[in-house]
Design a protein around this ligand. Structure first.
Ligand SMILES: [Mn+2]
Length: 330
């Protein structure tokens, strides 16, 4: 029998209250939602007097260094006792998470809290809600009126919400998202403080990075695909972290006539490709066909070959979706 989300939520809370040793992780290349949900969960467990190990697989992106306790994310101290519970946040699959500090078999429970459509249900408890804007939104409603949400938690939850809803502009923004924001502001969160830190705290080198990336943009009018790329060298020239190129795609998708925006970010093993839809295309399906994943409006995958070959396949996938849409409507 399928348990309802409310029932699963109750079980999750029971474990958070009854167990005492936890490890918290999120996906690799963590974003605002992954980091916000990890830190909010960490703070809650600390407030409950638990032993918690939380970490990410990179340095903390500069956008999130203002968050309370952000420094604990990179302290890979091994817990003196093994954790019994693993909490995985904002990750569609175990293959996508930062490496844990102990073997998977050593966890008594794996709790999976996520809002991706294609979640592999890898946990003992799977709290998966594709209707939620973000993992932080799911956590807020899990905690709300059940456990105390302090200011630090509120700030982390709000930051994840702002990030995943594109500052309340994306199609995943709902009345529930705004209701949550309203409550968090009531707990003392200052929206301008979050905005300034996440969006207006960029190292000067990003201007050159954007200039290069925008100059390379190419609009394929027949499919509505627009793409550009960021080289490893671009980041190295200005000592920028991977998160510095995050917003290039926002410029691309804002162009009239674009259906899908793609940014190829070079890294040691090839490219990490980010995809955004402007509405009609489900980019999570496209990403899935390349072995990646995500949401209908925002997804990504990794590519280990030539960019040109990938672009060709991307356009084929877009055309395939356009065709099946046309066939459906006939
Ligand atoms: Mn998310």
């Amino acid at each position: 029998m399928n348990q309802s989300l409310t029932e699963i939520g109750e079980e999750v809370l029971k474990i958070l209250k009854e167990e005492d040793r936890f490890q918290v992780v999120t996906h690799v290349f963590p974003d605002g939602d992954g980091i916000g949900s990890s830190l909010a969960t960490y703070k809650l467990l600390k407030n409950l007097g638990k032993k918690v190990q939380v970490h990410i697989d990179s340095t903390v992106p500069y956008q999130y260094q203002f968050l309370p306790q952000a420094q604990v994310l990179t302290e890979r101290v091994l817990p003196e006792v093994r954790a019994r519970v693993l909490i995985v946040l904002d990750s569609s699959d175990l293959a996508r998470i930062a490496p844990c500090t102990q073997e998977m078999e050593e966890f008594e429970y794996i709790i999976n809290v996520d809002h991706h459509h294609h979640n592999s249900q890898f946990g003992h408890l799977n709290m998966v809600d594709p209707g939620a804007s973000s993992t932080t939104e799911m956590l807020f409603y899990l905690f709300w009126e059940k456990v105390e949400i302090d200011y630090d938690m509120a700030l982390c939850l709000y930051t994840g919400l702002v990030f995943d809803t594109g500052r309340f502009q994306y199609a995943n923004t709902t009345q529930r998202s705004h209701h949550m924001a309203s409550h968090l502001i009531g707990l003392g969160v200052n929206p301008n403080y979050v905005f300034r830190n996440v969006y207006e705290n960029q190292p000067p080198g990003v201007l050159d990075l954007y200039a290069r990336a925008l100059q390379r943009a190419h609009f394929h009018r027949d499919t509505g695909l627009i793409h550009s790329y960021v080289k490893l060298q671009d980041l190295q020239d200005h000592a920028l972290s991977f998160s510095a190129s995050e917003r290039v795609i926002d410029f691309l998708r804002s162009v009239r006539g674009v259906t899908v925006a793609a940014v190829f970010k070079e890294y040691e093993k090839g490219y990490r490709v980010s995809l955004r839809s402007t509405g009609d295309q489900d980019v999570s399906k496209i990403a899935l066909s390349f072995g990646g994943g995500g949401h209908p409006m925002a997804a990504g995958f990794e590519w280990h070959g030539e960019m040109a070959a990938c672009l060709m396949r991307l356009q084929q996938e877009i055309q395939r979706q356009l065709k099946s849409k046309r066939d459906e409507s006939q």
